[in-house]
Design a protein around this ligand. Sequence first.
Ligand code: GMT
Length: 384
Amino acid sequence: MKIGIVCYPTYGGSGVVATELGKGLAARGHQVHFITYRQPARLTTFQENVYYHEVSSADYPLFEYPPYDTALASKLVDVVKYENLDLLHVHYAIPHAAVAYMVKKILLQEGRYIPVVTTLHGTDITLVGKNGAFAPVVAFSINKSDGVTAVSESLKRDTEKIFDIKNEIKVIYNFIDFDRFRKLDKDHFKKAIAPNGERILTHVSNFRKVKRVEDVIRVFEKVYKKIPCKLLLIGDGPERQSMEELCREIGLCDEIRFLGKQDAVEELLAVSDLFIIPSGSESFGLAALEAMACEVPVISSNVGGLPEINIQGKTGFLSDLGNVEEMAANAIKLLSDDKLLQQFRKNALEQAERFDLENVLPQYEAYYEEVIQKAVTNYQAEIE
Ligand code: GMT
């Protein structure tokens, strides 16, 4: 198949999933075209069957906001026509699903039907999408997609609750590439971070409010009182400054390290004993799955899709939102019992294996085939 992928090219979960999916499909012989405003963060090396088309929106003094949607639509029309694409797969509804609809309409005028699959990732529904500023367009463009997928059952439920959705939403879970995410031997690293054999707790996020990094620090503060440990905070974002201030306030600067954005997260997960993700909303929690693939148990909140990944009392523990007391107690229980921790590490890996990229790719392929088949009927409906 010739597939066009539209996504945010940043380090965010949706961009990562879209890029890894495209690379995986290309490795299976499909021709994959990424159409984004910057080279996707995870698309750094040359790969056969992978193409990249950059969208550049023209600047003009009249534009207070450069019209990115129009530039993207024009680029998509061009790529679909000249690369002869079979399907467009857009990740994150805003604005990609709406732009794809416009592209479909433009091409329809030329007698060509391009099927569109939209993948919902979370904040495009649960946080931003339901905002009145976007909601009507989001609902419309989801209904106008030829296929819609969500990355968890929880996100499917939320989407159906928030919007009047006529389309069937198919759940295709996010995945893990075990060639990259597996437990590596990084003992020298561990000695540098925790020279006296301290336990290492880790959190990875974009430091937005929804990630509740303060809860991570509060949990750590409680664990630290009982067990010698260090905290690695990986990522960057709007909350980082205030979190650094909090660490100073509670006097734990020497025990908490802010590492900023890191490319080789797997190397840090390799030395971690526990992963903490107390999010206020999380449609899937790819960061938690990556930790589990590296044999790191997870302490999480029980919101959104997290209970579909983290299994209570097996791969980690889940608590009600903001219950840092319980999160800390569970962390202490795990970290003070080597045998239990080992068992949870093993369980975490077993659970992560259910989300192996190799099992998920055929699901997307089958879904694309189904959508392309249906496109004939959809084409008739559109021209009538
Ligand atoms: O919140 C983030 O980490 C970024 C955001 C995004 O859209 O890039 O992540 C969302 O999509 C990821 C990939 O499907 C999911 O793993 C995250 O759970 C989801 N974030 C939220 O729902 C808050």
